[in-house]
Design a protein. Sequence first.
Length: 423
Amino acid sequence: MTLLTFGVNHKTAPVAIRERVTFGPDIIVAALRSLLEQPGVEEAVILSTCNRTELYCVVSDPSEEPLGRWMSSFHGLRPNEMHPFLYVHCDRLAVRHLLRVASGLDSMVLGEPQIFGQVKAAFQTAQESGATGKLLGRLFQHAFSVAKQVRTDTAIGSSPVSVAFAAVSLARQIFTELEHQTALLLGAGETIELAARHLHQNGIGRILVANRTVERAHSLASQFDGFAIALTEIPHHLPEADILIASTASPLPVLGKGTVETALKKRKHRPIFMVDLAVPRDIEPEVAELDDVYLYTIDDLAEVIEENRRSRLEAAVEADEIIEYHTAEFLSWLRSLDAVDLIQSYRQRAEHLRDDVLCRALKMLENGKSAEESLGFLAHTLTNKLLHAPSSRLRQAGRDGQVDLLEAANEIFQLRTRPDKTS
């Protein structure tokens, strides 16, 4: 059996290709069943995200061609359309790849935590579909354990590397717990959506989304149990906001010093944390002069992000060392499986000889032989039968000068005799 990883990701394929080979929740189970029907495929897990589509398989044929044909056919593509973007990893490289993916080392944003949950969900789906067995079951559990160790033992996930993540992380530093805080988000674009997601994941108490187009604000707010308002309503709701993150496309500031001063009075000067991620700026620079306002611009965060990116790169080196160690550990277990059938066969043979000799010894007792004579027969005959085949083979090895075999026997039987290398 061979472990095989096969697929495309953000490094090898543009989004135009990636979006054509995704497996949505509605087809993933059918895809797994279809994949297992392919000749030589014993086990399978399909991981499909916006940045990657990967097959993790246990196969009898290490060739990637059957999997390539299957994926192309399943998605209605010609094989040559996908071939330039595909990568294939076997055995050690397949194990190492999964460990790096689960740990966030192969992600577009180095160390991002979402991939761990995505890998776990992909395995759970495959497991519930009956697509996994002993090898992939052990491999994915191993990957989850290693990913947790990487998170615990390195700083790979401790530093924000996006402006939205940095903004929310700073908010947590100021307020510690966010469950009693209200966040007002100005804009409804990708950056604000990411900020809303991070706030929601960190347990924010309430989210307000203000946008020039209220429909767009409502669409975003509804994803996070939030409330949508128009930009013109900001003065009425600003006193409610403990956190404000702005990223609109407005050419002029949408929030001025006077509006903030009025809001602070209504808040009885409880502080407001503000992050202006827009270029040009959404918040008048003079707002920073007000007491009880913590105002950060995108330039302030850029320095933090670059420092944290360097920190993650350093942590990634440590993480790769952990992954190399645990890759070798898993492969050691995998190699041990090669001996399992041999050990079982050897034990079955020994037990068969034991039962045969024991039966004869019991008949001797039934026929009036003494217990001492019967036990002596049992011990002598069983010893001879167990040692006959290996003894004959070792004598032949000695005659043929097979020193390696003699040394292996010495190690297996834990003897102290050194084979004669001159024989």
